[in-house]
Design a protein around this ligand. Structure first.
Ligand code: FAD
Length: 283
């Protein structure tokens, strides 16, 4: 179970993959996983489409990681995709009976095509409600998400951390952060979380910038701030994709080195199916 790794293998190194989009060759992800395996990460997490669109593939990929690669799999699951308690019990039973012992309990965002009313009427309101039921169904090692730059819907860091404390108290064993590029923001967040009585391990989440288009997506989807030092390199190399990629990877490498010097619990790399990125950073 992943929660035990923080005693035995600290710092813990993990990677994240996502199920390929519909009408894409699914073997691409299995080929990538076979190569990720050679990097010996402590665990690999698999994302879940907000409205449950990737449900079957998320399960199949997590099973492959756990049972074929012999690496701890962490399955993401979002409230927005759960219509009732039976759905949750069946999903968890499939995981548990297939040897998967780790789950990241999330609220998820409003899926495209779901009305405001439908989203507001979801069965589990917050990740903490979902995590409470996961914990009483099977003895999973449970992760939760957290936000060094504050979740977009929270009015302040204090409010967000107070809500995070409620979530952790329902049975979260460790936290993974939203991606960030400014380590000082992360250190401040951890300090505030510790002062609020949150004692579980907190894995910083890092995602190298490897293309100019990706920056726009990062800002739009997660609201993450890109520091001037990185932004100026992105601008300088806007016509040179290879140099831009190199600069983005170097930035993340330095970021990771500074975090490790500070004794962080580990590193979660948003590797997003890209073997080249995982290799460069982890090797
Ligand atoms: P919550 O913990 O429920 O928090 C959401 C908001 O509600 C916050 O503002 C919080 O302060 C507030 N809140 C929480 N609890 C309470 C409470 N009890 N009372 C009042 N307010 C409360 N999305 C996907 O669709 N699929 C994925 O696979 C996925 N993986 C992710 C992995 C990581 C590591 C991270 C950081 C995010 C991931 N997301 C994923 C995105 C995530 O679903 C969104 O960021 C979503 O908006 C919040 O999810 P949460 O679990 O943090 O929600």
């Amino acid at each position: 179970m992943i929660k035990d790794l923080f005693h035995k293998n600290r710092p813990v190194y993990s990677l994240e993959v996502f199920p390929p989009k519909k009408d894409t060759d699914v073997s691409v992800i299995y080929d990538a996983l076979d190569q990720f395996k050679e990097l010996h990460p402590n665990f690999i997490s698999v994302t879940y489409g907000a409205g449950g669109t990737t449900s079957e593939n998320t399960f199949a990929i997590a099973s492959y990681i756990q049972n074929q690669c012999g690496i701890e799999a962490l399955t993401h699951l979002t409230c927005a995709a759960i219509p009732d308690r039976l759905f949750l019990t069946n999903f968890l039973t499939n995981l548990y009976r297939n040897g998967i012992r780790n789950i990241l309990g999330l609220r998820g965002d409003q899926p495209r095509g779901m009305s405001d009313e439908q989203f507001a009427a979801r069965y589990y309101k917050h990740a903490s409600d979902l995590i409470q039921d996961i914990k009483t169904t099977f003895p999973f090692s449970v992760a939760g998400a957290c936000y060094p730059e504050v979740h977009q819907e929270a009015s302040s860091l204090e409010e967000d951390i107070a809500n995070l404390k409620i979530k952790v108290d329902t049975g979260v064993d460790f936290l993974i952060t939203q991606l960030f590029y400014d380590n000082d923001t992360f250190f401040r967040f951890v300090d505030r979380a510790r002062k609020a009585g949150i004692t579980v391990p907190i894995l910083p989440g890092l995602m190298p910038v490897t293309s100019a288009g990706q920056v726009k997506n990062i800002i739009e989807l997660s609201g993450t701030k890109v520091p001037d030092s990185l932004m100026s390199q992105i601008k300088a190399y806007k016509d040179s994709p290879e140099d831009l990629k190199k600069a983005g990877l170097e930035f993340t490498k330095k970021q990771m080195e500074q975090l490790l010097e500070h004794g962080v619990d580990g590193i979660h790399l948003y590797s997003m199916n890209k073997v080249e990125i995982a290799k460069f950073i982890l090797e």
